[in-house]
Design a protein around this ligand. Structure first.
Ligand SMILES: NC(=O)c1ccc[n+]([C@@H]2O[C@H](COP(=O)([O-])OP(=O)(O)OC[C@H]3O[C@@H](n4cnc5c(N)ncnc54)[C@H](OP(=O)(O)O)[C@@H]3O)[C@@H](O)[C@H]2O)c1
Length: 351
């Protein structure tokens, strides 16, 4: 086994836009195990918008401080263990950080660690069967209560959560309008994902384009980004419409340590607030981990949909440990679906 643990450290505090200079390579020896622990060799690291929040606040994990190993979810293989709960050779999913080797244990907080089911690709384990897919599943099944024929707007439809949400809503018989960034990504939404219409949030006439794409208004809104997209969508919603809010991505680039997080409704004018009040439009927020007790049921349904080719799980994989900082700082420019960085090779599937 290797003796060196490559690590990316959050080295310099975030004071302006995130850049590679906020990180520093500081390798260390591979950790030694104590009783009840296991050593995980990380293979695939998930790049998520929420990684940016870790510097600024406690976002379902403790806030990072300069000097900490950069946090991040991933898929890794147990390569050594002192506890029978962790079998050597099994794949696990968890917040292993940007490093080759992470220690997990059987006595500490471990709700975000789970042993991966067998027979799936690592990309699917980290995406559609991981946090982003579960966020989509619980949102559609437990919040949106979508009916066939309803018009659904999916913000961030080219992303990891949104691409799955949009497909699940199509399977429910909705007319789905996806929001993406730029003409190519919008073309992908209609041509590859099969959505009924796509609207480019980067275009100056986005609000008008959305009105045109939703002639009967909007009954279902999946909101991952807030900001301009929400400002354009909410006026098209009336009493009884459902609003699933699970992220405020358009504000994440401004997140800084010591600066209070932007409120999710900070984009609202007085007029829009009055509209939401009059139409009783309230966002329902969901934190995926609150629903993790149902994770295996959702996973089984996703596995069926994937097997029957009724759903695709788009992902983009970058290769190389040294690409981690740029992958996050670059915001996943040009990627479609789930963004991951491979830092070590495995078999590709656990089967
Ligand atoms: N509450 C929870 O439990 C939970 C769990 C997972 C994720 N989330 C949240 O869900 C959101 C999406 O996560 P994800 O993993 O799907 O991210 P992702 O894969 O990076 O996708 C982001 C999507 O948002 C779009 N986007 C980026 N900036 C935008 C802006 N300023 N205005 C409009 N659209 C914008 C992107 O469009 P283009 O790429 O086409 O430009 C892309 O479609 C994030 O806010 C994340 O924190 C919440």
């Amino acid at each position: 086994m290797a003796t060196l643990n490559r690590r990316w450290i959050y080295a310099r505090p975030l004071e302006g836009p995130l850049s590679v200079s906020n990180f520093e390579r500081r390798d260390a020896p591979v950790p030694q195990l104590r009783q009840g622990q296991a050593l995980v060799r990380v293979r695939l690291v998930s790049i998520d918008p929420a990684n940016r929040l870790y510097f600024a606040l406690q976002a379902y994990r403790p806030q990072l401080a300069p000097g900490d190993v950069m946090a991040g979810f991933g898929i890794g293989e147990v390569v050594d263990s002192t506890d029978p709960r962790f079998r050597v050779g099994d794949l696990w999913h968890g917040d292993f950080g940007w490093q080759d080797y992470a220690v997990i244990n059987s006595y500490d907080r471990h709700e975000y660690w789970h042993r991966c089911s067998e027979g799936h690709t690592e990309q699917d384990l980290l995406g559609v069967l991981g946090i982003t897919g579960m966020t989509a599943w619980f949102g559609v099944e437990e919040v949106l209560r979508a009916q066939a024929g309803e018009t659904a707007v999916v913000a961030g439809a080219t992303g990891a959560c949104g691409s799955i949400i949009a497909q699940l809503l199509k399977l429910k018989g909705c007319r789905v309008v996806g929001i993406g960034g730029g003409p190519e990504k919008c073309a992908w939404l209609t041509d590859e994902l099969g959505l009924d219409a796509a609207v480019d949030y980067l275009a100056p006439d986005m609000a008008q384009a959305l009105r045109t794409a939703c002639p009967s208004g909007v009954q279902v809104y999946s909101d991952a980004v807030g900001g301009d997209v929400s400002r354009a969508t909410l006026p098209l919603m009336r009493r009884g419409a459902r609003w699933y809010h699970f992220g405020n991505l358009s504000a994440y680039a401004d997140a800084r340590p010591g600066v209070p997080a932007e409120r999710h409704d900070s984009f609202m004018s007085e007029e829009l607030r009055a509209h939401c009040h009059a139409e009783a439009l309230k966002p329902r927020f969901l934190l995926v981990f609150d629903h993790y007790c149902h994770r295996l049921e959702a996973e089984a349904r996703f596995a069926e949909l994937l097997r029957d080719r009724r759903l695709i799980a788009p992902s983009t994989e970058l290769d190389g440990f040294d690409r981690l900082p740029q992958a996050l700082a670059g915001g996943g420019a040009g990627k479609i679906g789930k963004l991951n960085v491979r830092i070590s090779e495995g078999q590709g599937a656990q089967a």
